[in-house]
Design a protein around this ligand. Sequence first.
Ligand SMILES: [Zn+2]
Ligand SMILES: [Zn+2]
Length: 421
Amino acid sequence: MKAVLDHIGIAVSDLPASLAFFRDTLGLHLEASEDIASQKVRAHFLSTGQSSLEMLEATSADSPIAKYLEKRGPGIHHLALRVEDIAAALAHLKARGVRLIDERARPGAEGALVAFIHPSAAHGVLVELKQPAPAVPLFRTVGRHTLGDLELVSLSDGFIRLDGGAMFGTVPRTLWSKRLPPDDTNRIPLGMRPLIIRGEKTLLIDAGCGDKMDAKSAGIYGLDRRYHLDHSLAEAGLTVEDIDIVLASHLHFDHVGGFTALAKDGTIVPRFPKARYVAHRGEWEDATHPHERNRASYLPENFVPLQDAGVLTLVDEGAEVMPGVRFRWSGGHTPNHQVVMIESGGQTAVFTADMYPTTVHIPDPWIMGYDLHPMDTLTFKRAFAKEAVEREYLLFFEHEPSLAAGYLREQDGKRVVERLI
Ligand SMILES: [Zn+2]
Ligand SMILES: [Zn+2]
């Protein structure tokens, strides 16, 4: 089992005096307080970087903390180790004959699951195991929708974690972290959701980050591809052979890493053997001539092999790649970033790519720090939001962790997303 220090619990008899020392004298930041009714305690968390101190105050005379104070006086009460799967951790300990206070996990503070190991088994230390609440519900499966004569199938290439600050640019953490709580290294989970359009042909927009990333980068980006594009295609009843056209919203690695694959002989080849790949001409120019600011996002192995294999077509905005499917310039994120307009039977869907990466980016000024031209993003978003509400566009959110698509509605002067998939 793998465990990291989550917090150290300290029993306090005089909270203001303890805070005067730990908060005011040591300068630790008081993060949150919470009543834990089942334990008859109030917990106050002070941040110490990746872990915290938990000041425990008894709220009743028969609280375990009150009893502890009576017997031992104030001081260190327990230490808590964070585990990914508490049931597995308890099974592991039980199998080794470790004496447990809680044989089964029970609810703790902040929606976590907790269980205690008996101090006699831990050499005099009371050890708590804690499995934190899943911060964001992750939506993994395939979603379908019929739009006129077209069938839209939302897929998943798993999840990637990016720095929350970078994802929200000038928006303060206190605001975005309420909507997308970050992990202990400030990263937030993001989906990678390619979209299939089945009409005259079978077209795929973007393909996630693929499987060529080395272990170090995969660790940095917290890649979770236990369920990835191949699984998703299979769930949709498709294989890589069924794709006729592959379209790139832009050429960043988290969108086109899955365009190519490593062959058995070590060469990098197009992943969709029968497909023609379509990219925007200006975006191609930028990707193949990167500068210091965008070099880390444009990885040549994701797109140069397509040109080498002769399967690449470059187009300009407005180009109709298949009946009902066309590029529309949005710019901002990259100078030639494209959203994809999908129209059939009088209805419109839009693959918004990195213009609205998540539903949390709906407010006009909530713009990614990654964007090269944020003022272009702002101008586009202002006009687009109005249009999307009025014309009832179905919007696909490529990086949204917990849903795939929905309608933008205006309710009491606020924009909300009504989930469809
Ligand atoms: Zn991007
Ligand atoms: Zn992206």
